[in-house]
Design a binder for this molecule. Sequence first.
Ligand code: NAP
Length: 227
Amino acid sequence: MTEQPLALVTGASRGIGAAVAQALEPTHQVLLGGRDAAALAERAAGSPGTRPWAVDLGDFDAVRAAVAGIDRLDVLVHSAGVAELGTVEQATAEDWRRNFEVNVVVVAELTRLLLPALRAAKGHVVVINSGAGLNARPGWGPYAASKFAVRAFADVLRAEEEPNGIRVTSVHPGRTDTDMQRTIVAGEGNEYDPDRYLRPDSVAKAVLAAVSASPDAHLTELVVRPR
Ligand code: NAP
């Protein structure tokens, strides 16, 4: 029996990453990234094709240890992220650092560590970016700047690694019904109405479209907006 391809999804404990993991599960073995080992184990128990991959991505020693056994990786989805918002007047250096650490530096370092495994599989890297990675609006500076930066990262990775058979897709969702969005809406002082936002599985379908595209096709950027 041929083994299913292997996917690693960061941020798979909740929100968009959890939906992406669920969408990949019928066709892939899926490693579920997140920090809460018990929560991931519970999630994996209900989905036989998945395994917990618990690591704080900001702890690079732990990340190195966690990738050690991965020799071949078909799909890497970067969904872990944070959104620290604020105007330029409000946002502190720490706010800027937190966005850049998780949304950019972690993405670059995890990709770097997994490049041999991705090359071995001629794999696919998907970066969950944001509408804020295409348009920067007042009050969103530190987050938008990190998402513009990770778009540049994806563009460079694609140019460098396409000759090695690797595909790289940036997915830019609009506002999506997750914990992150609840926090943002609370910060804006508004009522939360989930029907106004994309469903996480709608974003997951876009990821699946990129990953399952025919081998001659490279879906480089996907923008998904709530209707
Ligand atoms: P979420 O519900 O807040 O979930 C965030 C995920 O990131 C969780 O699984 C969390 O793991 C993980 N994470 C955060 N910091 C981590 C760290 N240091 N180490 C390991 N895991 C970490 O967020 P979401 O809304 O699904 O967002 C997912 C991605 O989509 C993000 O990149 C976000 O910028 C992007 N996005 C979101 C929206 C939206 O409206 N929601 C729109 C556009 C783009 P724990 O459970 O361990 O905390």
